[in-house]
Design a protein around this ligand. Structure first.
Ligand code: ZN
Length: 252
Protein backbone atom coordinates (compact mmCIF):
# COMPACT_ATOMS: atom_id res chain seq x y z
CA UNK A 1 0.00 0.00 0.00
CA UNK A 2 1.36 3.42 -0.95
CA UNK A 3 1.04 6.04 1.81
CA UNK A 4 1.02 9.73 0.82
CA UNK A 5 4.05 11.61 2.13
CA UNK A 6 2.24 14.95 2.50
CA UNK A 7 -0.04 16.38 5.20
CA UNK A 8 -3.79 15.83 5.03
CA UNK A 9 -5.24 19.30 4.89
CA UNK A 10 -8.57 19.90 3.23
CA UNK A 11 -8.59 21.56 -0.17
CA UNK A 12 -9.77 24.99 1.05
CA UNK A 13 -7.04 25.12 3.72
CA UNK A 14 -4.40 24.12 1.20
CA UNK A 15 -5.47 26.88 -1.19
CA UNK A 16 -5.82 29.56 1.53
CA UNK A 17 -2.53 28.40 3.10
CA UNK A 18 -2.49 30.49 6.27
CA UNK A 19 0.15 28.79 8.45
CA UNK A 20 -1.24 26.98 11.54
CA UNK A 21 -4.85 27.67 10.50
CA UNK A 22 -7.50 25.72 8.64
CA UNK A 23 -10.56 26.93 6.79
CA UNK A 24 -13.84 26.00 8.46
CA UNK A 25 -16.17 27.79 6.07
CA UNK A 26 -16.12 29.96 2.94
CA UNK A 27 -19.02 31.77 1.30
CA UNK A 28 -19.61 34.16 -1.58
CA UNK A 29 -20.85 37.59 -0.46
CA UNK A 30 -23.64 39.52 -2.21
CA UNK A 31 -21.16 42.34 -2.86
CA UNK A 32 -19.08 39.99 -4.98
CA UNK A 33 -16.33 39.31 -2.47
CA UNK A 34 -15.81 36.18 -0.43
CA UNK A 35 -15.75 35.51 3.28
CA UNK A 36 -13.35 32.90 4.61
CA UNK A 37 -13.65 31.69 8.19
CA UNK A 38 -10.55 30.15 9.74
CA UNK A 39 -9.54 28.64 13.05
CA UNK A 40 -6.15 27.74 14.51
CA UNK A 41 -5.13 24.10 14.14
CA UNK A 42 -4.53 23.75 17.88
CA UNK A 43 -6.66 25.11 20.70
CA UNK A 44 -4.06 25.91 23.35
CA UNK A 45 -1.83 28.83 24.28
CA UNK A 46 0.29 30.14 27.13
CA UNK A 47 -1.14 32.80 29.43
CA UNK A 48 0.47 36.17 28.55
CA UNK A 49 1.00 36.89 32.26
CA UNK A 50 2.18 33.60 33.81
CA UNK A 51 3.05 31.54 30.71
CA UNK A 52 1.15 28.43 31.83
CA UNK A 53 -0.38 26.69 28.83
CA UNK A 54 -4.11 26.19 28.85
CA UNK A 55 -6.52 24.44 26.50
CA UNK A 56 -9.64 25.11 28.55
CA UNK A 57 -12.05 27.18 26.47
CA UNK A 58 -14.31 29.70 28.22
CA UNK A 59 -15.91 31.05 25.05
CA UNK A 60 -15.41 31.51 21.34
CA UNK A 61 -15.22 34.88 19.62
CA UNK A 62 -14.96 36.02 16.03
CA UNK A 63 -12.63 38.69 14.75
CA UNK A 64 -12.31 40.17 11.30
CA UNK A 65 -8.70 40.55 10.18
CA UNK A 66 -6.90 41.83 7.10
CA UNK A 67 -4.98 39.38 4.96
CA UNK A 68 -3.13 39.36 1.66
CA UNK A 69 -5.33 39.51 -1.46
CA UNK A 70 -6.50 36.17 -2.86
CA UNK A 71 -7.72 36.56 -6.43
CA UNK A 72 -9.86 39.56 -5.53
CA UNK A 73 -11.63 40.94 -2.50
CA UNK A 74 -11.74 38.70 0.53
CA UNK A 75 -12.94 39.03 4.11
CA UNK A 76 -11.21 36.87 6.69
CA UNK A 77 -12.91 35.95 9.96
CA UNK A 78 -10.87 34.22 12.66
CA UNK A 79 -12.67 32.09 15.22
CA UNK A 80 -10.64 32.41 18.41
CA UNK A 81 -10.96 30.66 21.74
CA UNK A 82 -10.95 32.68 24.96
CA UNK A 83 -8.97 30.42 27.24
CA UNK A 84 -9.09 30.12 31.01
CA UNK A 85 -5.70 30.56 32.71
CA UNK A 86 -4.67 27.21 34.23
CA UNK A 87 -2.62 28.81 37.02
CA UNK A 88 -4.73 29.42 40.11
CA UNK A 89 -2.31 32.03 41.50
CA UNK A 90 -2.40 34.11 38.30
CA UNK A 91 -4.44 37.30 38.44
CA UNK A 92 -5.49 36.94 34.81
CA UNK A 93 -8.63 34.88 34.52
CA UNK A 94 -8.91 34.49 30.75
CA UNK A 95 -6.99 35.39 27.60
CA UNK A 96 -7.47 35.12 23.86
CA UNK A 97 -5.34 32.73 21.87
CA UNK A 98 -2.50 34.29 19.89
CA UNK A 99 -0.42 32.73 17.12
CA UNK A 100 2.57 33.67 14.98
CA UNK A 101 0.23 34.75 12.19
CA UNK A 102 -2.10 36.64 14.52
CA UNK A 103 -0.22 37.91 17.58
CA UNK A 104 -1.98 39.61 20.49
CA UNK A 105 -4.20 42.51 19.33
CA UNK A 106 -3.16 42.00 15.69
CA UNK A 107 -5.66 43.22 13.11
CA UNK A 108 -3.55 42.00 10.17
CA UNK A 109 -2.00 38.62 9.48
CA UNK A 110 1.78 38.45 9.74
CA UNK A 111 2.01 37.46 6.11
CA UNK A 112 0.18 40.66 5.14
CA UNK A 113 2.62 42.70 7.23
CA UNK A 114 5.55 40.92 5.58
CA UNK A 115 4.08 41.64 2.16
CA UNK A 116 3.62 45.34 2.98
CA UNK A 117 7.18 45.63 4.30
CA UNK A 118 8.67 43.83 1.33
CA UNK A 119 6.87 46.13 -1.10
CA UNK A 120 7.79 49.35 0.74
CA UNK A 121 11.28 48.63 2.05
CA UNK A 122 12.70 46.06 -0.37
CA UNK A 123 11.11 47.44 -3.53
CA UNK A 124 10.86 51.10 -2.49
CA UNK A 125 7.23 51.52 -3.56
CA UNK A 126 5.18 54.42 -2.13
CA UNK A 127 3.24 53.45 0.97
CA UNK A 128 -0.07 54.74 -0.41
CA UNK A 129 0.29 52.68 -3.60
CA UNK A 130 1.24 49.56 -1.65
CA UNK A 131 -1.71 50.04 0.70
CA UNK A 132 -4.09 50.33 -2.26
CA UNK A 133 -2.74 47.20 -3.93
CA UNK A 134 -3.11 45.22 -0.70
CA UNK A 135 -6.58 46.63 0.00
CA UNK A 136 -5.67 48.27 3.32
CA UNK A 137 -5.72 51.86 4.57
CA UNK A 138 -2.48 53.78 4.08
CA UNK A 139 -2.10 54.28 7.81
CA UNK A 140 -2.17 50.49 8.25
CA UNK A 141 0.76 50.19 5.86
CA UNK A 142 2.56 53.16 7.45
CA UNK A 143 2.07 51.72 10.93
CA UNK A 144 3.58 48.44 9.74
CA UNK A 145 6.62 50.27 8.37
CA UNK A 146 6.96 52.29 11.57
CA UNK A 147 6.89 49.18 13.74
CA UNK A 148 9.54 47.57 11.54
CA UNK A 149 11.75 50.60 12.07
CA UNK A 150 11.43 50.03 15.80
CA UNK A 151 12.87 46.54 15.32
CA UNK A 152 15.81 47.41 13.10
CA UNK A 153 18.96 45.43 13.88
CA UNK A 154 21.81 46.57 16.08
CA UNK A 155 23.66 48.07 13.15
CA UNK A 156 26.90 48.65 15.02
CA UNK A 157 27.19 44.91 15.72
CA UNK A 158 27.03 44.06 12.00
CA UNK A 159 30.05 43.78 9.70
CA UNK A 160 28.95 45.92 6.77
CA UNK A 161 31.20 46.74 3.81
CA UNK A 162 28.71 47.91 1.18
CA UNK A 163 25.95 50.41 1.85
CA UNK A 164 22.96 51.21 -0.32
CA UNK A 165 21.10 54.50 0.16
CA UNK A 166 17.78 55.11 -1.52
CA UNK A 167 14.89 57.52 -1.10
CA UNK A 168 11.21 56.98 -1.69
CA UNK A 169 7.98 58.86 -1.27
CA UNK A 170 5.49 57.20 1.04
CA UNK A 171 2.53 59.58 0.68
CA UNK A 172 1.48 62.97 -0.63
CA UNK A 173 2.83 66.23 0.77
CA UNK A 174 0.90 67.40 3.82
CA UNK A 175 0.44 70.77 5.43
CA UNK A 176 -0.10 71.30 9.11
CA UNK A 177 -1.17 74.48 10.87
CA UNK A 178 0.72 75.49 13.99
CA UNK A 179 -1.97 76.01 16.69
CA UNK A 180 0.14 78.71 18.38
CA UNK A 181 1.32 80.82 15.44
CA UNK A 182 -1.38 79.93 12.91
CA UNK A 183 1.33 79.43 10.30
CA UNK A 184 1.35 76.52 7.89
CA UNK A 185 4.27 74.15 7.61
CA UNK A 186 4.94 71.62 4.89
CA UNK A 187 5.67 68.02 5.92
CA UNK A 188 7.77 66.14 3.41
CA UNK A 189 6.52 62.70 2.45
CA UNK A 190 9.98 61.26 1.83
CA UNK A 191 12.04 58.77 3.70
CA UNK A 192 15.49 57.37 3.04
CA UNK A 193 16.38 53.75 3.56
CA UNK A 194 19.93 52.56 4.24
CA UNK A 195 20.63 48.91 3.43
CA UNK A 196 23.48 46.41 3.37
CA UNK A 197 23.69 45.84 -0.37
CA UNK A 198 25.39 42.46 0.05
CA UNK A 199 22.30 40.88 1.61
CA UNK A 200 19.55 43.51 1.30
CA UNK A 201 19.10 43.88 5.06
CA UNK A 202 17.64 47.22 6.10
CA UNK A 203 20.02 48.96 8.49
CA UNK A 204 18.25 52.23 9.03
CA UNK A 205 15.41 54.49 7.90
CA UNK A 206 15.60 58.26 8.25
CA UNK A 207 13.07 61.01 7.60
CA UNK A 208 13.28 63.04 4.42
CA UNK A 209 15.72 62.76 1.54
CA UNK A 210 18.29 65.30 2.57
CA UNK A 211 21.94 64.44 2.93
CA UNK A 212 21.93 65.82 6.48
CA UNK A 213 19.62 63.02 7.64
CA UNK A 214 21.86 60.32 6.18
CA UNK A 215 24.99 62.04 7.45
CA UNK A 216 23.42 62.14 10.89
CA UNK A 217 22.75 58.41 10.71
CA UNK A 218 26.33 57.74 9.58
CA UNK A 219 27.78 59.99 12.25
CA UNK A 220 25.97 57.91 14.85
CA UNK A 221 28.05 54.87 13.76
CA UNK A 222 31.51 54.33 15.18
CA UNK A 223 34.59 55.32 13.18
CA UNK A 224 35.61 51.64 13.02
CA UNK A 225 32.23 50.78 11.53
CA UNK A 226 32.45 53.56 8.93
CA UNK A 227 36.01 52.59 8.01
CA UNK A 228 34.85 49.09 7.02
CA UNK A 229 32.46 50.46 4.38
CA UNK A 230 34.25 50.38 1.04
CA UNK A 231 31.34 50.91 -1.37
CA UNK A 232 28.34 53.21 -1.12
CA UNK A 233 25.64 52.89 -3.78
CA UNK A 234 23.11 55.72 -4.07
CA UNK A 235 19.71 54.81 -5.51
CA UNK A 236 20.59 51.13 -6.11
CA UNK A 237 17.33 50.47 -7.97
CA UNK A 238 17.66 53.46 -10.30
CA UNK A 239 20.54 55.15 -12.13
CA UNK A 240 23.33 53.87 -9.94
CA UNK A 241 25.94 56.10 -8.44
CA UNK A 242 28.76 54.31 -6.66
CA UNK A 243 31.50 55.70 -4.49
CA UNK A 244 34.52 53.67 -3.52
CA UNK A 245 35.55 54.95 -0.14
CA UNK A 246 38.79 54.75 1.77
CA UNK A 247 38.05 55.68 5.32
CA UNK A 248 35.60 58.47 4.55
CA UNK A 249 31.97 58.68 3.55
CA UNK A 250 30.96 60.37 0.30
CA UNK A 251 28.37 63.13 0.14
CA UNK A 252 24.85 61.85 -0.44
ZN1 ZN B 1 -1.99 33.21 33.89
Amino acid sequence: MIEPMCSRRDAASVIFNLPDYHVIDAVDLPSGGRRVIVQADTVADGCPDCGVVSARVRAWCRQRVKDIPHAGSIEVIVVKPRLVCAEGACSRRTFTQATAELPVRARCTSRLRRGLLEAVIDHGRPVAAVAASFGVAWWTAQKTVNSAIDTLPDTDALHVTQLGVDEHRYRKVRWYRDPDTGGWSRVEPWMTTIVNTRCGQVLGVVDGRHSAAVEGWLTARSQVWRDRVTVVAIDPSGPLKVWLTSGFMPPV
